[in-house]
Design a protein around this ligand. Sequence first.
Ligand SMILES: [Zn+2]
Length: 371
Amino acid sequence: MPTAIYQKYRPRVWAELADQNHIKTTLEHEISRGQITHAYLFVGPRGVGKTTAARLLAKSVNCQNRKPGVAEPCNECEVCGRIQAGRSFDIIEIDAASHTGVDHVREHILESAEVSAGHGTYRIFIIDEVHMLSTAAFNAMLKILEEPPAHVIFILATTEVHKVPATIISRCQRFNFKKIPADAIRQRLRSITQAEKMNVDEEVLNVIAEHSDGSLRDAESMLGQVLALGGKKITMLEASLVIPRSNLNEAANLVGLILKNDAAGALSLANNLVEQGISVSVFMQDIIVWLRNMLLAKVGERLDLFSRDTLGELQSRLLKDAVGVSAREAQELIDIFLRRRQNLGESPLPQLPLELAIIEACTLKADGMES
Ligand SMILES: [Zn+2]
């Protein structure tokens, strides 16, 4: 059960697709009006729903029961059933990053694009990590895209669009997928735990949401590990066995001490954490994330947009703490931690770069930066 959370709760209809509303709206509109194009390009970070959207699109256009003016697939007809189970002959999924990907595209696509799909349905090629294809494979695809057979649809997905030839991009309708806000991820995790009838502390879901960096897939697989722990109620204590401990709170504490110019307090906090076995690298990253959020809080207007990686109490703390720091100060502090973090690998003592960064940051503060 637990490892399969991601597959088990893969959205079956558009309404279940997490976030990405701009994409949903456009695609639903095109599907319901029958204005399908021959090539789509889904761009965006990993785990944000590109493949899921591709499969939904494939299911919607091929669903036997779908009526004009409706975008959602019925999920009851034979075609829907086959696609849901990953057993449709008309949906060809290719992972271009895999060893066989390149040859696959050339032979598979060139040949099977000529063969028409069954029952007046579309033959749909979903090519994941399409930027990994060889020039030869791209050329083969380009040939088809120039004069696409009526029954063929390409859905190309990539995390690195700059590696996709411009000639391909220009023939596709492009959709930019975004990282999913922590709050949307948390809601999704909550609905899964309810469906699984598991009692998981809100704090656990918050930490997973914050740590997944906008990737729903990562969040769901982390949740799967947490649920595998079993038990009546899963608290942070149990969950900390499998999920990385959030240090954003500690990072916020440390930044607070630096802003008070309390070098001794900051160093002692850092040493306590090191003794508890935290990763210095991850912690310095947390500090940088916290400072970045502060900086954005100083210059940004849309608080909800930039602070969406932080939730609840942490978010109100961020907004409160940001009042006491100037944008320039936040920027210089980020520079210090970024620079010192680069020395982590060559430092004889793992915590030394962190300590030096703290001292440097406090010196900066003492040298009379306005706050
Ligand atoms: Zn159907």
